[in-house]
Design a protein around this ligand. Structure first.
Ligand code: HAM
Length: 404
């Protein structure tokens, strides 16, 4: 027997696909209400795209890419995240040259060769949003509000964690100070952190090793070393969130797992799903368009992990809806198929192709969660009528097919 690959799941069980489509419907509709447009980019891209954007020092690129050489000798990989592809499309379509504001949303599968566990898959689905052309911190607020709105509609509680990663003004000096600090404790830190010190020192701050974490308690904090413009933007962000009753926590170790961020970085976490608690993450990435050979364009975005959210969604109660048609006589089968087809043009309608007894049809109608069970037997056939039972208020009637 052939099974699905480790960390890759089918979306098959009734409850699962309902949660999935319920999430997508809500997230799509919120994004559209915010004036964002749908974008779809390929699952497969040149490996160089992710190396240059997500960053060679990140775990995603360093350890987790589904990378291979295709039949045309191209070095390609399955996308580990959605931002890089959207930025590539934005530049390829010359929208960076067109100027103006461009706002997109997307959803689809992402691939990371991680160690699978609860909430951590090798193929998972994200809903994401990317906004290009707005330098103002107001757009960062919009991103956070959009995540908060989606979570509210889904009935999901969260904690919002915030940090600022500075910009090209204040980051280089901070990095130097941090490297000096790391060198002062270098004998005690883990091998990964030693590597991070060389490639992207701020990534040491979110090392999961407890000993490293204890040492970094005394590390200099970027939040205390922001330049005036980053500090003023960060203050503005906090103040607008407060005015809009969006609670947040400052997490000075929040550096995100991807290298492209500057200024605002944020994560939404849930305390109800175990150790893989990040349900959404994002931030500003003002330099990425330029890194990928586009015209410098400010940008900000986020992505939500759909599988993690599916664990938390509070589904609305389902009410009975639509029609179930059944025949008790072989001769009536074609009639009920035609009637189902007609009803379907405007409402939910299903039918059974085999002639069966009333009990079996009522059971089927119940299973299909239909409101009306509509049956034609030999008696109805003779009089051109149809028997209908309302499965909510339990009333029954027989009416002419014409009237129906
Ligand atoms: P990320 O933080 O790597 O950001 O992923 C966003 C979300 O995807 C996470 O918060 C988590 O819910 C979910 N996720 C990540 N890895 C897995 C996994 N292995 N299994 C299940 N769920 C997972 C990004 O991907 C950025 N592109 C977000 C962004 C958009 N930043 C700016 N624009």
């Amino acid at each position: 027997m052939i099974n699905s690959l480790r960390g890759m799941n089918d979306l098959l069980e009734k409850d699962e696909y309902k949660r999935f489509t319920y999430f997508i419907d809500i997230a799509n509709s919120v994004a559209q209400r915010y004036g964002f447009h749908y974008i779809e980019t390929p699952l497969l891209e040149e490996t160089a795209l992710f190396k240059r954007s997500v960053g060679e020092s990140s775990d995603i690129v360093g350890k987790e890419m589904y990378q291979f050489i295709d039949k045309g000798e191209n070095d390609v990989c399955l996308r580990p995240e959605g931002t890089a592809g959207v930025v590539r499309a934005f530049i390829q379509k010359k929208l960076d040259r067109a100027g103006g504001i461009h706002r997109f949303f997307y959803h689809g599968p992402m691939f990371r060769y991680e160690r699978p566990q609860k909430g951590r898959l090798r193929e998972f689905h994200q809903f994401g949003v990317e906004s290009f052309g707005v330098e103002s911190v107001y757009e960062d607020v919009i991103m956070i509000m959009m995540v908060a709105d989606i979570l509210k509609e889904l009935g999901i509680g969260y904690r919002l964690q915030l940090n600022s990663l500075g910009d090209s003004n204040c980051m280089p000096q901070y990095r130097e100070n941090l490297v000096s600090f790391i060198e002062s404790v270098e004998d005690e830190i883990c091998e990964d952190c030693k590597r991070r010190k060389e490639t992207n020192p701020i990534r040491v701050l979110d090392c999961k090793n407890e000993k490293c974490q204890a040492l970094y308690q005394n590390a200099p904090k970027l939040i205390n070393a922001l330049c005036d413009s980053c500090q003023s933007d960060f203050n503005k962000l906090k103040s607008i969130l407060e005015k809009n009753n969006i609670a947040y926590e400052i997490d000075t170790n929040l550096v995100r797992g991807l290298d492209y961020y500057s200024k605002t970085a944020f994560e939404f976490v849930s305390d109800d799903i175990g150790s893989q608690s990040a349900i959404a993450g994002g931030g500003r990435y003002d330099r990425l368009v330029e890194f990928l050979d586009g015209r410098p364009t400010p940008a900000v975005g986020f992505a939500m992990g759909i599988e993690r959210l599916m664990e938390l969604i509070v589904m609305p109660e389902e009410s009975r809806e639509g029609y179930y048609f059944g025949a008790m006589d072989e001769e009536a089968v074609e009639i009920i198929i035609a009637m189902t087809q007609k009803k379907r043009k405007t409402q939910k309608a299903t039918c059974e192709y085999r002639a069966r007894n009333l009990k079996a049809h009522l059971k089927n109608a119940d299973k299909a969660n239909a409101r009306y069970c509509c049956i034609i037997g030999s008696n109805e056939l003779e009089h051109n009528t149809i028997w209908i039972k309302d499965l909510i208020n339990k009333s029954e009637e027989t009416i002419s097919i014409k009237e129906f």
